[in-house]
Design a protein around this ligand. Structure first.
Ligand code: PLP
Length: 391
């Protein structure tokens, strides 16, 4: 066997890259990535090309796959999302692919359907509507980012003869607002709409929404036809991935039996990453529902603490009920850059993932206090200056 080696320079470059990753992770507060879960058991599997090509419920001829683990992951989330006994799903390349499969399934069921999604929805939905050529309408949101159901009703009313495809968010990207599936169903009932499909984009909060008190209406028993959840956010997988759980009627829109792989081709992607699946399996086996629940408790406490401290300092801030995301107004640009904080219309957010320790929050608060007091101490000085000028 031939061995190939990296030059010393190239090795040095990788080494530097690793330290910069370490540094970026330490100052991460603005994106929903959890880095606290260590699953060293899954590292040795990188030696093999593990490929879960085709339907997760049909083993392919290529024997290096992890589909038995994948089916256990699906069963875990089907249970968490109260799916009917017959369900379908697969582990996707991320939230976008899971959303795309769901909306494809909705479009095949209702080719004339109009897609309704709130204007706080993740950008993947507009892209998917474009790719799948689905007519789409953006629905207004409340100030806090939840769908405005009266506005939804108006749009539905104006399109009486067309089926409705609705995306409900369980955790919007910016404010972690949660849309209520019961309210969406109520709109359909009021408008006498029989042909509709509800997809729940739970990329952000799906892994913990079931444990919230009060529990949001979001899962398959609440009336969703499909749910997508991210594997690399709250669940901490270091490889981007997502999980789709759907009613079994969503399965077979593209199905073809492919003799080349000896499996059934029901998924959007062909070859699928088998490593992320082993990681997710380690996560659900090691922590189970109880572990997810206590991680949520920890995150809620962190968010609560952060919000209280910000208010003590007098910095304008708020959070949605049951959210681990804290919204903060008018932060200093240096703070935004240092802590990698997504910012829109002057509002930045901090996502209190389970990997965010108190120390990091305190360090951030210190930065805020310093910026805030220097701003306050500048103010009288400027006023003085103005007075002198006026005189
Ligand atoms: C992260 C996210 C997505 C997209 O997930 P990708 O894995 O980046 O494709 C979709 N919707 C919401 C609400 C998200 O938070």
């Amino acid at each position: 066997m031939t061995h190939y080696y990296l030059s010393l320079e190239d090795e040095e470059r990788l080494h530097k890259f690793a330290s910069s990753l370490e540094n970026s992770q330490r100052f991460m507060l603005g994106y929903p990535v959890a880095s606290d879960i260590q699953c060293p058991e899954f590292l040795p599997f990188f030696k093999w090309l593990i490929n879960n090509v085709g339907d997760p419920f049909v083993d392919p001829l290529y024997a290096l796959h992890s589909k038995s683990f994948e089916r256990e992951i699906l069963a875990f989330f089907a249970d968490l999302f109260r799916a009917p006994e017959k369900y379908w799903g697969y582990v996707t390349s991320g939230g976008t692919e899971a959303n795309m499969y769901a909306l494809l399934s909705a479009r095949e069921q209702f080719p004339e359907g109009i897609l309704y999604y709130s204007d706080a929805t993740h950008y993947s939905i507009a892209k998917i509507a474009f790719v799948l050529r689905i007519q789409a309408i953006a629905v207004k949101t409340t100030e806090k980012g939840e769908m405005d159901y009266a506005d939804l009703r108006q749009h539905i009313n104006l399109n009486k003869d067309k089926p409705a495809i609705v995306v409900a968010n369980i955790g919007t990207t910016m404010t972690e607002a949660k849309d209520d599936i019961h309210s969406i169903q109520y709109v359909m009932q009021q408008e006498g709409k029989k042909d509709f499909y509800i997809h729940c984009d739970a990329a952000m909060s799906g892994a913990y929404a079931s444990f919230l008190q009060p529990r949001p209406a979001f899962d398959l028993s609440d009336g969703a036809d499909s749910i997508s959840v991210s594997g690399h956010k709250f669940l901490g997988c270091p490889l981007p991935c997502g999980i789709l759980i759907a009613k079994s009627s969503c399965r077979s829109w593209m199905e073809q039996q492919v003799s080349y792989i000896a499996s059934s081709d029901t998924t959007l992607s062909g070859s699928r990453d088998g490593h992320a699946i082993i990681y997710l399996w380690c996560v659900i086996r090691s922590m189970g529902k109880e572990g997810l629940k206590s991680r949520l408790q920890y995150s809620l406490q962190t968010a609560d603490y952060l919000l209280r401290q910000l208010q003590v300092v007098g910095i304008e801030s708020w959070r949605n009920p049951g959210a681990i995301t804290v919204m903060i107004k008018n932060l200093d640009q240096n703070i935004i850059r240092k802590w990698q904080l997504a910012t829109q219309n002057g509002w930045s957010h901090i996502i209190c993932m389970p990997s965010v320790e108190r120390d990091r929050i305190d360090e951030f608060l210190m930065d805020c206090t310093n910026a805030h007091t220097s701003m306050l101490s500048n103010r009288p000085h400027n006023e003085e200056y103005a007075v002198i000028n006026a005189a």
